[in-house]
Design a protein around this ligand. Structure first.
Ligand code: NDP
Length: 288
């Protein structure tokens, strides 16, 4: 007997989620503000609810995949959530998630927040490696882990409802830092007779080779010793930033993406040890 699911919100992501539950044989009740998107799933076996209240009443597991936090207030205003298990997959800030957890508890529901680390085309495709961070009610998570794992992998990161959002944003923030470095690298070669397609695999391999440095950073933060097993010390790295900035100037490339990171490295060198790696930049960011 497969757990029945109610899904609110059939945008690009909601529709992708819905199809995986239908394909896996879970009875699915759907509601969407624009009814046509819900009707489209009826031929695939979904039960279409006329209102959000009807959809919520149909099952105890309620998955929410609306646009943003405020659309939850609009869609669920006055809807009885007593005894429901609410799983909110909307991208939000940790504070919004924590407030939503209180909101759900006040309405008699258990609450699990989710941060989706996937795009719709990765949903239902295990090889694509997408997954969802979950935080909040561990009981809810354990009880529904199987049904929650149908669309994508599931990773529980803590009882604090804000932690899924925080992990989501941490990964995305690191990704944008990487995108910034990639943009700078392509800009450096742009005026030369160098095929971007020949640089691309070199970049991808280099970034892959550097990525495991995250483990050393974590060890440093845990031990407080930022010099342990450092290969490239901060003094050497700061000295070499001149070469990188001068090269950018020679190639007519704005240093605006990399200069802020270099400035933080220099600030750390001023207060820390030249024998450290770059872990101290974390402290500089927190020092504001
Ligand atoms: P879409 O823009 O495709 O869909 C938005 C959905 O929200 C629609 O069902 C829309 O209804 C509904 N909606 C918007 N405002 C309201 C409202 N005021 N009241 C009721 N319903 C409303 O977004 P996605 O499906 O792509 O994204 C849904 C969530 O998933 C977002 O929080 C997003 O951040 C998150 N997410 C999306 C990813 C992606 O790559 N797409 C990746 C990771 C997370 P209607 O059809 O009536 O307009």
């Amino acid at each position: 007997e497969k757990t029945p699911v109610t899904l609110l919100g059939l945008g690009a992501m909601g529709t992708a989620l819905a199809r995986t539950w239908l394909a896996a044989g879970h009875p699915l009740t759907v509601w969407n503000r624009t009814a046509a998107r819900a009707e489209a799933l009826a031929p695939e076996g979904a039960t279409v609810a006329r209102t959000a209240a009807d959809a919520v009443a149909a099952n105890s597991l309620i998955v929410v995949c609306l646009l943003d936090d405020s659309s939850v207030d609009e869609a669920l205003a006055g809807v009885d959530l007593t005894g429901k298990d609410v799983v909110n997959l909307i991208t939000s800030t940790p504070e919004q998630a924590r407030a939503r957890a209180v909101w759900a508890r006040e309405r008699g529901a258990r609450y699990l927040d989710g941060g989706i680390m996937a795009i719709p085309t990765m949903i239902g495709v295990p090889e694509a490696g997408g997954y969802v961070f979950y935080s909040g009610s561990q009981d809810l998570y354990e009880e529904h882990r199987e049904v929650l794992s149908v669309p994508a992998g599931a990773t529980f990161v803590g009882a604090d409802a804000g932690f899924a959002a925080l992990h989501d944003v941490a990964l995305l923030s690191a990704m944008y830092g990487m995108f910034g470095g990639i943009a700078h690298a392509f800009a450096l070669i742009r005026k030369e007779d160098i095929d971007p397609a020949s640089l691309a695999p070199l970049l991808a391999d280099w970034l892959g080779a550097m990525a495991p440095s995250v483990h050393q950073t974590a060890q440093h933060l845990n031990s407080g010793d930022y010099t342990a097993d450092v290969d490239s010390n901060l003094a050497m790295q700061v000295a070499s930033t001149h070469t990188l900035l001068d090269t950018a100037a020679q190639q007519g490339v704005s240093p605006e993406l990399i200069a802020p990171y270099f400035a933080l490295m220099r600030r750390r060198l001023d207060v820390g040890s030249g024998e450290e790696g770059t872990t101290g930049v974390v402290d500089e960011l927190l020092a504001g």
